[in-house]
Ligand binder design. Structure first.
Ligand code: TYD
Ligand code: MG
Length: 469
């Protein structure tokens, strides 16, 4: 924020805030000079007491959230006293796993997802199951109290000790929370909240940002855990300011295919646990139920091997998961054939097809190529490379891979097959699911060529892998 020299900044009544990085500018510009995003500035009204309400860009913003009272001094890190963060179980094992082993008191967790995916259901279940040990306050800005109570009773949740509040003004929420001193607050949703210190409309970038900042400050000052529910935009980001993701301790996304009852909760950021950790749920008439054996649901269920399909073992977070990669390769009527990837990165698909041509001698330049990961799951690691190319080859030749075969491995630009982390663990997972044959990077294969009764074929070059397939 750059005020004109000599003029007190309190006289400025509006500022322009970037919806992506949250930085402030004194005048409107087409591009944010801090993050380079185009068309992201919107005007906000600055509140009457300007200084603490709207943190300015830079170091002061960070320190204003910390709720620190003493003057900070430099210390030798080894002399700083610290305690293990205390964690509470949410009563839902898969939820605990994604949080990194339970909810850390005093932490702020943003839960994002499409409307109707089940965010309110999950958090209501968690608040109710935690109530015995962690008194919680469920604040709803979208539903009435009777709707919330009705849902709780339909789900058969223990509501003893659960408090609810239908309110959207942050100051009044905190006022109501003060005498009750909940250990956990759920704010459903952050897009409905507003603060009295700003005159901008609820839902605007500045209101969402300031309301969240106020709740983060409250959490850090009082040690209360806070869940913020956030809707996502079509592009998949949290609606409103991107900066929310920087302000909170953890960002979890709730995903699922429309029409499927399975839901995946993924840690996108977590200061207290592993990122990309997955929790798997099924939505039923009694709300969300944990899926204890998630591997089974991400296989297409077809017993007979089909052309264009390859099963892989991915390792998202801290556990291995069997998923099925499918490809459809079809002669294209277009001069510029289509490459469509669902559940993995599109640019990587184009790159891998080039490697397939150059180092595998397989031409798909005149074919449309569609690839999909079954079950609406997203695979973000490079171990998908080899199974993807095997699926493409299988579809192109219209011949299925040998029965009970799995694969994983990264494919390099010079056609080499590179090892991926936790190879042995992946192979064991495949063996427990009855797979008999694995095509994997040589460095991931055990010397004996067998693991738990499964034949393991280690390959070094793409050409070898294609031959074995
Ligand atoms: P909800 O938690 O309201 O979604 P969000 O808060 O993310 O918008 O979930 C609503 C959907 O879940 C709705 O389509 C109905 C379905 N649902 C069930 O199938 N079973 C249930 O027991 C509940 C409570 C909801
Ligand atoms: Mg909801």
């Amino acid at each position: 924020m750059i005020g004109k020299p000599g003029k007190p900044s309190a006289r400025r009544t509006t500022a322009y805030v970037c919806s992506d990085c949250g930085s402030e500018h004194s005048k409107w510009q087409g591009q944010c000079i801090d993050c380079g995003q185009w068309n992201s500035l919107s005007e906000i009204a600055l509140g009457a007491p300007p200084a603490p309400a709207v943190p300015s860009v830079g170091a002061s913003r960070r320190s204003s959230w910390a709720g620190r009272v003493d003057t900070p001094t430099v210390m030798a890190l080894k002399d700083v006293s610290h305690s293990e963060e205390s964690r509470q179980t949410t009563g839902i094992g898969e939820f605990d796993r994604v949080l990194g082993g339970g909810l850390v008191l005093g932490s702020v967790v943003l839960v994002g997802g499409d409307p109707g995916i089940g965010k309110s259901t999950l958090l209501l279940q968690a608040v109710a199951l935690m109530a015995a040990t962690t008194p919680g306050l469920y604040v709803t800005g979208e539903e009435s109290l009777s709707q919330v109570a009705g849902r709780a009773s339909r789900l058969g949740l223990p509501v003893e000790g659960v408090h609810a509040l239908a309110e959207t003004c942050v100051e009044r929420i905190l006022e109501q929370a003060a005498p009750m001193r909940p250990a956990l607050i759920v704010a459903d949703s952050i897009q409905t909240l507003w603060t009295e210190t700003l005159s901008a409309a609820p839902g605007s970038v500045s209101q969402v940002r300031e309301s969240a900042a106020r709740l983060v400050r409250y959490a850090k000052e009082t040690g209360t855990a806070v869940f913020l529910v956030g809707h996502v935009t079509k592009e998949g980001g949290i609606a409103g300011p991107r900066v929310l993701e920087h302000m909170v301790d953890a960002v979890l996304y709730f995903e699922g295919e429309s029409g499927s009852r399975f839901r995946v909760l993924r840690a996108f950021k977590n200061r207290f646990g592993a990122v990309n950790e997955l929790g798997v749920f099924a939505m039923g008439d009694k709300g969300l139920r944990e899926v204890s054996n998630p591997s089974a649901i991400f296989l297409s269920g077809s017993r007979e091997p089909q052309p264009g399909s390859c099963v892989m073992v991915t390792r998202e977070g801290t556990r291995p998961l069997m998923v099925e990669v499918q490809a459809l390769v079809d002669a294209s009527p277009l001069s510029n054939p289509r490459r469509v990837a669902v559940g993995m990165e599109g640019n990587r698909l184009a790159m891998l097809l080039a490697v397939l041509h150059r180092h595998g001698g397989i031409v798909v330049g005149d074919q449309d190529v569609f690839v999909n990961v079954v079950g609406g799951i997203r695979v973000q690691e490079t171990a998908v490379d080899l199974p993807l190319l095997l699926a493409v080859l299988s579809s192109l030749r219209d011949r299925p891979l040998a029965e009970q075969t799995v694969a994983f491995g990264e494919v390099g630009l010079s056609g080499e097959i590179r090892p991926v982390p936790n190879g042995e663990e992946r192979l064991k997972e495949a063996a427990t699911h009855g797979f008999k044959r694995a095509i994997v990077p040589k460095a991931n294969a055990p010397r004996s060529g067998r693991i738990a009764g499964m034949e393991v074929i280690g390959v070094e070059r793409l050409a070898d892998a294609l031959e074995h397939a």
